[in-house]
Design a binder for this molecule. Structure first.
Ligand SMILES: NC(=O)c1ccc[n+]([C@@H]2O[C@H](COP(=O)([O-])OP(=O)(O)OC[C@H]3O[C@@H](n4cnc5c(N)ncnc54)[C@H](O)[C@@H]3O)[C@@H](O)[C@H]2O)c1
Length: 348
Protein backbone atom coordinates (compact mmCIF):
# COMPACT_ATOMS: atom_id res chain seq x y z
CA UNK A 1 0.00 0.00 0.00
CA UNK A 2 1.31 3.49 -0.89
CA UNK A 3 2.26 5.99 1.79
CA UNK A 4 0.02 9.06 2.23
CA UNK A 5 1.28 12.11 0.32
CA UNK A 6 2.04 15.43 1.99
CA UNK A 7 -1.42 16.64 0.99
CA UNK A 8 -2.96 13.97 3.22
CA UNK A 9 -1.08 14.97 6.36
CA UNK A 10 -2.30 17.36 9.06
CA UNK A 11 -0.06 18.39 11.99
CA UNK A 12 -1.51 17.06 15.24
CA UNK A 13 -0.60 18.24 18.75
CA UNK A 14 -1.35 15.55 21.33
CA UNK A 15 -1.81 16.22 25.04
CA UNK A 16 1.73 14.90 25.59
CA UNK A 17 3.18 17.27 23.00
CA UNK A 18 1.11 20.22 24.30
CA UNK A 19 2.62 19.64 27.77
CA UNK A 20 6.13 19.54 26.27
CA UNK A 21 5.50 22.66 24.15
CA UNK A 22 4.24 24.64 27.16
CA UNK A 23 7.36 23.76 29.20
CA UNK A 24 9.62 24.36 26.19
CA UNK A 25 8.32 27.96 25.95
CA UNK A 26 7.63 28.41 29.70
CA UNK A 27 4.10 28.57 31.09
CA UNK A 28 4.14 32.26 32.02
CA UNK A 29 5.54 33.16 28.60
CA UNK A 30 2.77 31.09 26.94
CA UNK A 31 0.16 32.99 28.97
CA UNK A 32 1.72 36.34 28.01
CA UNK A 33 1.90 35.32 24.32
CA UNK A 34 -1.66 34.01 24.30
CA UNK A 35 -2.95 37.25 25.84
CA UNK A 36 -1.20 39.13 23.02
CA UNK A 37 -2.78 36.89 20.35
CA UNK A 38 -6.25 37.24 21.92
CA UNK A 39 -5.79 41.01 22.26
CA UNK A 40 -4.76 41.29 18.58
CA UNK A 41 -7.87 39.39 17.53
CA UNK A 42 -10.14 41.48 19.80
CA UNK A 43 -8.74 44.57 18.03
CA UNK A 44 -9.92 43.19 14.67
CA UNK A 45 -13.16 41.79 16.14
CA UNK A 46 -15.41 43.29 13.46
CA UNK A 47 -13.96 41.25 10.60
CA UNK A 48 -14.66 37.87 12.22
CA UNK A 49 -17.61 35.61 11.44
CA UNK A 50 -19.43 35.46 14.77
CA UNK A 51 -22.13 33.15 16.03
CA UNK A 52 -23.14 32.02 19.53
CA UNK A 53 -21.72 28.56 20.12
CA UNK A 54 -23.91 25.61 19.21
CA UNK A 55 -24.80 23.85 22.46
CA UNK A 56 -26.29 20.42 23.03
CA UNK A 57 -27.59 20.18 26.60
CA UNK A 58 -28.32 17.07 28.63
CA UNK A 59 -29.36 16.47 32.24
CA UNK A 60 -25.71 16.20 33.29
CA UNK A 61 -23.81 18.60 31.08
CA UNK A 62 -23.30 20.32 27.78
CA UNK A 63 -21.37 19.67 24.57
CA UNK A 64 -20.56 22.71 22.45
CA UNK A 65 -19.11 23.58 19.05
CA UNK A 66 -17.43 26.98 18.71
CA UNK A 67 -16.68 28.08 15.12
CA UNK A 68 -15.30 31.35 13.74
CA UNK A 69 -13.25 32.70 10.82
CA UNK A 70 -11.20 35.79 10.02
CA UNK A 71 -11.60 35.18 6.28
CA UNK A 72 -8.18 33.54 5.90
CA UNK A 73 -8.36 30.85 8.55
CA UNK A 74 -11.32 29.00 10.01
CA UNK A 75 -11.30 27.44 13.47
CA UNK A 76 -13.57 25.48 15.72
CA UNK A 77 -13.40 23.93 19.16
CA UNK A 78 -15.33 20.98 20.55
CA UNK A 79 -15.76 21.40 24.31
CA UNK A 80 -17.87 19.84 27.03
CA UNK A 81 -18.88 20.94 30.53
CA UNK A 82 -19.90 18.18 32.97
CA UNK A 83 -19.64 19.30 36.63
CA UNK A 84 -20.38 15.77 37.91
CA UNK A 85 -17.40 14.30 36.03
CA UNK A 86 -14.73 14.94 38.68
CA UNK A 87 -16.58 12.64 41.12
CA UNK A 88 -16.15 9.88 38.49
CA UNK A 89 -12.45 10.53 37.95
CA UNK A 90 -13.07 12.52 34.74
CA UNK A 91 -12.56 16.19 34.00
CA UNK A 92 -15.35 18.78 33.98
CA UNK A 93 -14.02 20.30 30.73
CA UNK A 94 -12.24 18.57 27.84
CA UNK A 95 -11.66 19.99 24.38
CA UNK A 96 -9.97 19.65 21.02
CA UNK A 97 -9.90 21.98 18.05
CA UNK A 98 -9.00 22.48 14.44
CA UNK A 99 -7.69 25.30 12.25
CA UNK A 100 -8.30 25.26 8.48
CA UNK A 101 -7.32 27.24 5.41
CA UNK A 102 -10.35 29.16 4.11
CA UNK A 103 -9.06 29.12 0.50
CA UNK A 104 -8.91 25.30 0.25
CA UNK A 105 -10.99 24.27 3.26
CA UNK A 106 -8.12 21.94 4.19
CA UNK A 107 -7.27 21.59 7.91
CA UNK A 108 -3.82 22.93 8.85
CA UNK A 109 -3.80 21.94 12.55
CA UNK A 110 -5.60 19.51 14.84
CA UNK A 111 -4.82 19.87 18.52
CA UNK A 112 -5.81 18.92 22.02
CA UNK A 113 -7.48 21.94 23.63
CA UNK A 114 -8.15 20.85 27.22
CA UNK A 115 -4.87 22.33 28.44
CA UNK A 116 -5.07 25.03 25.78
CA UNK A 117 -8.55 26.08 26.97
CA UNK A 118 -7.30 26.56 30.52
CA UNK A 119 -4.41 28.64 29.18
CA UNK A 120 -6.54 30.77 26.84
CA UNK A 121 -9.26 31.33 29.46
CA UNK A 122 -6.67 32.49 31.96
CA UNK A 123 -4.90 34.70 29.39
CA UNK A 124 -8.24 36.27 28.41
CA UNK A 125 -9.14 36.91 32.07
CA UNK A 126 -5.81 38.62 32.69
CA UNK A 127 -6.11 40.65 29.49
CA UNK A 128 -9.57 41.85 30.60
CA UNK A 129 -8.26 42.61 34.12
CA UNK A 130 -5.49 44.75 32.59
CA UNK A 131 -8.17 47.12 31.28
CA UNK A 132 -10.74 46.76 34.07
CA UNK A 133 -9.10 46.01 37.44
CA UNK A 134 -8.17 48.85 39.80
CA UNK A 135 -4.66 50.24 39.15
CA UNK A 136 -2.01 48.44 41.16
CA UNK A 137 -4.19 45.38 41.89
CA UNK A 138 -1.92 42.87 43.59
CA UNK A 139 -4.28 40.50 45.44
CA UNK A 140 -6.86 38.12 44.01
CA UNK A 141 -9.45 35.91 45.67
CA UNK A 142 -9.64 32.63 43.74
CA UNK A 143 -12.94 30.91 44.56
CA UNK A 144 -13.12 27.45 42.99
CA UNK A 145 -9.74 25.71 43.07
CA UNK A 146 -10.31 23.14 40.32
CA UNK A 147 -8.64 22.57 36.95
CA UNK A 148 -8.62 26.22 35.83
CA UNK A 149 -7.46 27.79 39.09
CA UNK A 150 -3.65 27.61 38.84
CA UNK A 151 -3.79 28.88 35.25
CA UNK A 152 -5.96 31.83 36.31
CA UNK A 153 -3.56 32.67 39.14
CA UNK A 154 -0.41 32.44 37.01
CA UNK A 155 -1.89 34.52 34.18
CA UNK A 156 -2.75 37.31 36.64
CA UNK A 157 0.82 37.12 37.96
CA UNK A 158 2.48 37.12 34.52
CA UNK A 159 0.27 39.74 32.86
CA UNK A 160 -0.92 41.94 35.72
CA UNK A 161 1.83 41.56 38.32
CA UNK A 162 -0.39 39.81 40.89
CA UNK A 163 1.50 39.10 44.11
CA UNK A 164 -1.00 37.28 46.35
CA UNK A 165 -3.74 34.75 45.67
CA UNK A 166 -6.27 33.86 48.37
CA UNK A 167 -7.77 30.43 47.72
CA UNK A 168 -11.19 29.05 48.68
CA UNK A 169 -13.04 25.94 47.53
CA UNK A 170 -15.91 24.11 49.21
CA UNK A 171 -13.65 21.05 48.96
CA UNK A 172 -10.49 21.67 51.05
CA UNK A 173 -8.67 18.99 49.01
CA UNK A 174 -9.00 21.20 45.91
CA UNK A 175 -7.51 24.15 47.81
CA UNK A 176 -4.63 21.99 49.07
CA UNK A 177 -3.95 20.79 45.50
CA UNK A 178 -3.98 24.35 44.13
CA UNK A 179 -1.75 25.67 46.93
CA UNK A 180 0.75 22.85 46.38
CA UNK A 181 0.81 23.49 42.62
CA UNK A 182 1.37 27.23 43.10
CA UNK A 183 4.16 26.77 45.67
CA UNK A 184 7.44 27.99 44.23
CA UNK A 185 5.82 30.06 41.48
CA UNK A 186 6.60 33.34 43.27
CA UNK A 187 2.98 33.94 44.24
CA UNK A 188 2.16 34.41 47.90
CA UNK A 189 -0.56 31.77 48.40
CA UNK A 190 -3.08 32.01 51.27
CA UNK A 191 -5.53 29.13 51.82
CA UNK A 192 -8.84 30.31 53.30
CA UNK A 193 -11.62 28.50 55.12
CA UNK A 194 -14.51 30.65 53.86
CA UNK A 195 -15.26 32.76 50.78
CA UNK A 196 -15.51 35.81 53.09
CA UNK A 197 -11.94 35.21 54.25
CA UNK A 198 -10.76 34.75 50.65
CA UNK A 199 -12.03 38.15 49.49
CA UNK A 200 -10.39 40.09 52.36
CA UNK A 201 -8.11 42.75 50.86
CA UNK A 202 -8.54 41.42 47.30
CA UNK A 203 -9.00 43.88 44.44
CA UNK A 204 -9.80 41.05 42.00
CA UNK A 205 -12.45 38.45 42.81
CA UNK A 206 -12.33 35.41 40.53
CA UNK A 207 -15.18 32.90 40.69
CA UNK A 208 -14.38 29.65 38.91
CA UNK A 209 -16.68 26.99 40.35
CA UNK A 210 -18.56 24.21 38.59
CA UNK A 211 -22.12 23.39 39.53
CA UNK A 212 -25.14 22.94 37.31
CA UNK A 213 -27.37 25.43 39.11
CA UNK A 214 -28.01 29.09 39.94
CA UNK A 215 -25.37 29.26 42.68
CA UNK A 216 -24.48 32.23 44.87
CA UNK A 217 -20.72 32.09 45.18
CA UNK A 218 -20.63 35.84 45.84
CA UNK A 219 -23.59 37.40 47.65
CA UNK A 220 -24.38 41.09 47.29
CA UNK A 221 -23.03 42.08 50.72
CA UNK A 222 -19.64 40.46 49.97
CA UNK A 223 -18.77 42.89 47.17
CA UNK A 224 -17.63 46.38 48.12
CA UNK A 225 -16.71 49.33 45.90
CA UNK A 226 -13.56 49.40 43.80
CA UNK A 227 -13.15 45.74 42.88
CA UNK A 228 -12.97 43.81 39.64
CA UNK A 229 -14.93 40.55 39.39
CA UNK A 230 -13.65 37.92 36.98
CA UNK A 231 -16.63 35.56 36.71
CA UNK A 232 -15.62 32.37 34.89
CA UNK A 233 -17.91 29.56 36.07
CA UNK A 234 -21.34 30.93 35.05
CA UNK A 235 -21.25 29.86 31.42
CA UNK A 236 -24.40 27.90 30.67
CA UNK A 237 -28.16 28.43 30.85
CA UNK A 238 -29.19 27.78 34.47
CA UNK A 239 -25.55 27.97 35.72
CA UNK A 240 -24.51 31.22 37.41
CA UNK A 241 -22.32 32.28 40.35
CA UNK A 242 -23.26 35.83 41.33
CA UNK A 243 -26.19 37.34 43.24
CA UNK A 244 -28.33 39.51 40.96
CA UNK A 245 -27.76 42.54 43.21
CA UNK A 246 -24.05 42.52 42.28
CA UNK A 247 -24.92 42.82 38.59
CA UNK A 248 -27.18 45.79 39.34
CA UNK A 249 -24.23 47.63 40.97
CA UNK A 250 -21.56 46.65 38.42
CA UNK A 251 -20.44 47.80 35.00
CA UNK A 252 -20.61 44.55 33.06
CA UNK A 253 -18.19 43.69 30.24
CA UNK A 254 -18.88 40.74 27.94
CA UNK A 255 -17.43 38.90 24.95
CA UNK A 256 -20.31 38.41 22.45
CA UNK A 257 -23.67 39.66 23.81
CA UNK A 258 -25.93 37.21 21.90
CA UNK A 259 -24.04 34.32 23.54
CA UNK A 260 -23.52 35.89 26.97
CA UNK A 261 -27.17 36.90 27.39
CA UNK A 262 -28.06 33.19 27.17
CA UNK A 263 -25.08 31.70 29.03
CA UNK A 264 -23.51 34.32 31.31
CA UNK A 265 -24.33 35.92 34.66
CA UNK A 266 -26.53 38.41 32.75
CA UNK A 267 -29.01 35.62 31.91
CA UNK A 268 -30.46 36.74 35.28
CA UNK A 269 -31.15 40.23 33.89
CA UNK A 270 -33.62 41.66 31.34
CA UNK A 271 -32.80 41.38 27.63
CA UNK A 272 -31.90 45.09 27.44
CA UNK A 273 -29.60 45.14 30.52
CA UNK A 274 -26.69 47.44 29.55
CA UNK A 275 -23.36 45.76 28.85
CA UNK A 276 -20.11 46.85 27.21
CA UNK A 277 -18.39 44.63 24.66
CA UNK A 278 -14.82 43.98 25.79
CA UNK A 279 -13.42 44.33 22.25
CA UNK A 280 -14.58 47.97 22.21
CA UNK A 281 -12.50 48.68 25.32
CA UNK A 282 -9.47 46.91 23.86
CA UNK A 283 -9.74 48.70 20.52
CA UNK A 284 -9.98 52.06 22.35
CA UNK A 285 -13.56 52.82 21.24
CA UNK A 286 -14.80 52.99 24.80
CA UNK A 287 -13.35 53.24 28.29
CA UNK A 288 -12.70 50.32 30.65
CA UNK A 289 -12.43 51.32 34.30
CA UNK A 290 -13.36 55.01 34.72
CA UNK A 291 -13.38 55.37 38.48
CA UNK A 292 -11.47 53.72 41.34
CA UNK A 293 -14.73 53.04 43.24
CA UNK A 294 -16.50 51.40 40.30
CA UNK A 295 -17.27 47.64 40.38
CA UNK A 296 -16.23 46.14 37.05
CA UNK A 297 -17.40 42.66 36.11
CA UNK A 298 -16.03 40.51 33.31
CA UNK A 299 -18.92 38.11 32.68
CA UNK A 300 -16.77 35.53 30.88
CA UNK A 301 -18.36 32.58 29.11
CA UNK A 302 -15.58 31.83 26.61
CA UNK A 303 -15.97 32.88 22.98
CA UNK A 304 -14.83 31.21 19.74
CA UNK A 305 -12.42 34.04 18.82
CA UNK A 306 -10.32 33.29 21.95
CA UNK A 307 -9.95 29.69 20.78
CA UNK A 308 -9.13 30.88 17.27
CA UNK A 309 -6.35 33.04 18.74
CA UNK A 310 -5.07 30.04 20.70
CA UNK A 311 -5.11 27.83 17.59
CA UNK A 312 -3.19 30.51 15.63
CA UNK A 313 -0.62 30.66 18.41
CA UNK A 314 -0.09 26.90 18.51
CA UNK A 315 0.15 26.76 14.69
CA UNK A 316 2.83 29.49 14.73
CA UNK A 317 4.80 28.02 17.65
CA UNK A 318 4.63 24.30 16.92
CA UNK A 319 5.95 24.66 13.37
CA UNK A 320 9.41 25.51 14.79
CA UNK A 321 9.44 22.52 17.17
CA UNK A 322 9.30 18.71 17.14
CA UNK A 323 6.15 18.74 19.34
CA UNK A 324 3.75 17.51 16.68
CA UNK A 325 3.06 14.46 14.56
CA UNK A 326 1.58 14.12 11.09
CA UNK A 327 -1.87 12.55 10.89
CA UNK A 328 -3.07 10.87 7.71
CA UNK A 329 -6.35 12.77 7.90
CA UNK A 330 -7.26 13.80 4.35
CA UNK A 331 -7.93 11.44 1.48
CA UNK A 332 -5.60 12.22 -1.43
CA UNK A 333 -6.52 10.27 -4.58
CA UNK A 334 -4.15 10.42 -7.59
CA UNK A 335 -7.05 11.93 -9.57
CA UNK A 336 -9.09 14.25 -7.26
CA UNK A 337 -12.32 12.83 -8.68
CA UNK A 338 -11.27 9.20 -8.28
CA UNK A 339 -11.90 8.70 -4.57
CA UNK A 340 -13.27 5.22 -5.28
CA UNK A 341 -10.07 4.33 -7.13
CA UNK A 342 -8.05 5.43 -4.11
CA UNK A 343 -10.11 3.12 -1.87
CA UNK A 344 -8.93 0.17 -3.98
CA UNK A 345 -5.32 0.81 -2.83
CA UNK A 346 -6.14 -1.02 0.41
CA UNK A 347 -7.77 -4.03 -1.24
CA UNK A 348 -6.15 -7.24 -0.15
N1 LIG B 1 -15.49 31.27 30.89
C1 LIG B 1 -14.74 30.38 30.27
O1 LIG B 1 -14.16 30.68 29.22
C2 LIG B 1 -14.52 29.04 30.89
C3 LIG B 1 -13.49 28.23 30.43
C4 LIG B 1 -13.25 27.01 31.08
C5 LIG B 1 -14.08 26.62 32.13
N2 LIG B 1 -15.11 27.44 32.52
C6 LIG B 1 -15.96 27.07 33.64
O2 LIG B 1 -15.20 27.26 34.83
C7 LIG B 1 -15.68 26.40 35.86
C8 LIG B 1 -14.52 25.71 36.52
O3 LIG B 1 -13.91 24.82 35.61
P1 LIG B 1 -12.84 23.77 36.10
O4 LIG B 1 -12.36 23.07 34.88
O5 LIG B 1 -11.86 24.45 37.00
O6 LIG B 1 -13.81 22.80 36.95
P2 LIG B 1 -13.42 21.79 38.15
O7 LIG B 1 -14.60 20.89 38.28
O8 LIG B 1 -12.08 21.21 37.91
O9 LIG B 1 -13.33 22.73 39.44
C9 LIG B 1 -14.44 23.38 39.98
C10 LIG B 1 -14.22 23.58 41.47
O10 LIG B 1 -15.33 24.35 41.98
C11 LIG B 1 -15.55 23.89 43.31
N3 LIG B 1 -16.89 24.34 43.73
C12 LIG B 1 -18.10 23.93 43.28
N4 LIG B 1 -19.08 24.59 43.94
C13 LIG B 1 -18.47 25.44 44.80
C14 LIG B 1 -18.95 26.39 45.74
N5 LIG B 1 -20.25 26.58 45.94
N6 LIG B 1 -18.03 27.12 46.43
C15 LIG B 1 -16.70 26.91 46.26
N7 LIG B 1 -16.19 26.03 45.38
C16 LIG B 1 -17.06 25.30 44.67
C17 LIG B 1 -15.38 22.39 43.21
O11 LIG B 1 -15.16 21.81 44.49
C18 LIG B 1 -14.18 22.27 42.27
O12 LIG B 1 -12.96 22.18 42.98
C19 LIG B 1 -16.65 25.45 35.18
O13 LIG B 1 -17.97 25.87 35.52
C20 LIG B 1 -16.40 25.62 33.71
O14 LIG B 1 -17.56 25.39 32.94
C21 LIG B 1 -15.33 28.63 31.92
Amino acid sequence: MSQPSDKALVPFVSVDNMMRLVHHIGIEQVLIDLATYVEDDFRRWELFDKTPRVASHSEVGVIELMPTSDGEAYGFKYVNGHPKNTSEGLQTVTAFGLLANVYTGYPVLLTEMTILTALRTAATSAMAAKYLAPKGSDTMAMIGNGAQSEFQSLAMKAILGLKTVRLYDKDPAATAKCAANLAGTGLNVVSCATPQEAIEGAQILTTCTADKQYATILSDNMVGAGVHINAIGGDCPGKTELAKGILERSDVFVEFPPQTRVEGEIQQMDEDFAVTELWQVISGQTEGRKDPRQITLFDSVGFAIEDFSALRYIRDKVSETPFKEDLDMLADPDDPRDLFGMLQRAKA
